[in-house]
Design a protein around this ligand. Structure first.
Ligand SMILES: [Zn+2]
Length: 368
C-alpha cells in the first residue's frame, strides 16, 4: 500500500487559502505585469482558454476592459486549451497574453464547492459547475459510493472479517472500481487457493489481512461485532483503482482519470477535480507553447489558475468570480523565458499595481 508520491503531491500542491484574488484586482495586476515584462498597451491580444459556461462571461468582460481587446477564444469545454488554435492566435496581435482556467462553483450559504445558481432557468435552480467536470466525475463517484457501502467489516470472536460484493470480486471486466484484494484479504497458505469463509447470496466473506487491520487501526476505525459495518470513508485511495474507457476527445476525462481515487475520496471532489485539471492542463499546454515555432521570438505570458464562481443571488447580473493563480510561463522576444510557480506568482501579482490607467469605460466604448 505504498502511496504513489507523484499522485499524492499533485493533490496537496494547489493552495487556495491566502492565494485568492478578486477578479478585477487580478486582471489589473496581471495587465501591469505584462507591461513590466515588455509588452505594449494596444499591441497585446489576450486569449482565454476558459470553459464554454456562461459563468465565465464576467472574467472575459474584465479582460476586455483592461486589455482594450476582446480575448481570442482559445478554449474547449472544461477549461482545456485548443492546441489547434495556437498558430491562428499568433497572427492576431504583436504581444500575447494567454489566460487558462478550470472553474468551480461555490455556494457561500453551504460553504461547499461544485454548485452554482442558474438564474436564467425557470426556477433559478442550483446545478453543477463545472458541468463538464461533474459529468466526468459522476461515473467514478457512483462506482466509489457503491464500493464503500457494499464492502463490509466485522469482528467476531476477535477475528476480523471483510465481506465483498460479488461484482467487486469479479476482476475480469474492463470498466469499474477494482479493490486491491491482495491488500484486503488474508493471503492463503502456501499452495492453497484463496477461499471465502462464507458464501452469501450477493457477496463473500473473507478473513481480513493483517495489512488491512493495521491500516484501519492507524486511522482509528472502530470494528463492531453486532453487524457488518460498511467501509464508508475509510475506503481510501490506497485500497482501490479504476479502469474506465475514455474517448479520445474527452480531454478532461484523460486529465483526471489517474487521480480519481484521490478526487472521489477528498472532502470537496469537484474542487479537487478542478485543481488537478488546472495542473495537468498547464503542464501539457506549457510544453506545446514552448515547442510551437509560431510563438518563437514573441513576447508571451501564459497564466493558468482556477476561477471560483460564487453562486449569484436573484437580481445579480454577474457572479462574483475569484481567481487562484497556479503557474505562469513568461517568454520575451530575445528568447529568454521562465516558469513562475504558485507562491512566487502570487507574490509577483501582489507586487504589481492593481491600477490600470488604460481601463476602458465599457459603456462609452460600446456607445461609440
Ligand atoms: Zn464548465
Amino acid at each position: 500500500m505504498i502511496m504513489n508520491l507523484r499522485l499524492k503531491s499533485i493533490l496537496g500542491n494547489f493552495k487556495i487559502e491566502d492565494h485568492t484574488l478578486e477578479y478585477e484586482d487580478f486582471i489589473g495586476r496581471f495587465f501591469n505585469m505584462c507591461i513590466d515584462e515588455g509588452m505594449k498597451y494596444g499591441k497585446i491580444v489576450p486569449s482565454r482558454a476558459f470553459c464554454s459556461d456562461e459563468s465565465q462571461g464576467f472574467p472575459i468582460i474584465l479582460i476586455t476592459k483592461h486589455f482594450g481587446a476582446f480575448p481570442f477564444d482559445h478554449g474547449l469545454v472544461g477549461g482545456i486549451m485548443a492546441k489547434g488554435r495556437n498558430v491562428a492566435y499568433t497572427h492576431h496581435g504583436k504581444d500575447l497574453a494567454i489566460f487558462q482556467a478550470s472553474h468551480v462553483g461555490y455556494d457561500a450559504e453551504t460553504g461547499h464547492f461544485g454548485k452554482y445558481r442558474r438564474l436564467q432557468t425557470a426556477d433559478s435552480h442550483m446545478s453543477s459547475n463545472c458541468g463538464k467536470v461533474h459529468s466526468v466525475l459522476d461515473w467514478y463517484q457512483t462506482e466509489y459510493d457503491f464500493a464503500r457501502e457494499n464492502t463490509l467489516l466485522q469482528i467476531v470472536d476477535n477475528k476480523h472479517y471483510i465481506t465483498i460484493d460479488n461484482q467487486l470480486l469479479e476482476q475480469e471486466y474492463d470498466d469499474g472500481l477494482f479493490l486491491k484484494l491482495d491488500s484486503l484479504i488474508q493471503p492463503p497458505k502456501e499452495g492453497e487457493s484463496r477461499e471465502p469463509e462464507r458464501i452469501l447470496s450477493t457477496s463473500k466473506v473473507f478473513r481480513a489481512s493483517d495489512e488491512l487491520i493495521a491500516f484501519l487501526k492507524e486511522r482509528s476505525f472502530i470494528w463492531v461485532e453486532e453487524y457488518a459495518k460498511p467501509f464508508g470513508r475509510f475506503l481510501k485511495p490506497e485500497l482501490f483503482k479504476f479502469k474506465h474507457a475514455i474517448e479520445d476527445v474527452d480531454h478532461v476525462g484523460h486529465n483526471l482519470h489517474e487521480y480519481m481515487p484521490w478526487i472521489v475520496t477528498s472532502r470537496e471532489p469537484m474542487l479537487s477535480a478542478a485543481e488537478v485539471n488546472v495542473q495537468i492542463e498547464f503542464d501539457k499546454s506549457y510544453r506545446r507553447i514552448v515547442k510551437e515555432p509560431a510563438y518563437e521570438g514573441r513576447n508571451l505570458i501564459y497564466i493558468a489558475g482556477l476561477n471560483i464562481d460564487y453562486s449569484p443571488e436573484e437580481g445579480q447580473l454577474f457572479s462574483k468570480t475569484q481567481f487562484v493563480p497556479w503557474a505562469c510561463y513568461i517568454q520575451h522576444e530575445d528568447g529568454t523565458h521562465e516558469v513562475i510557480e504558485q507562491d512566487a506568482l502570487y507574490e509577483r501579482l501582489l507586487s504589481c499595481d492593481s491600477y490600470n490607467p488604460h481601463t476602458a469605460d465599457m459603456s462609452e466604448a460600446l456607445g461609440q
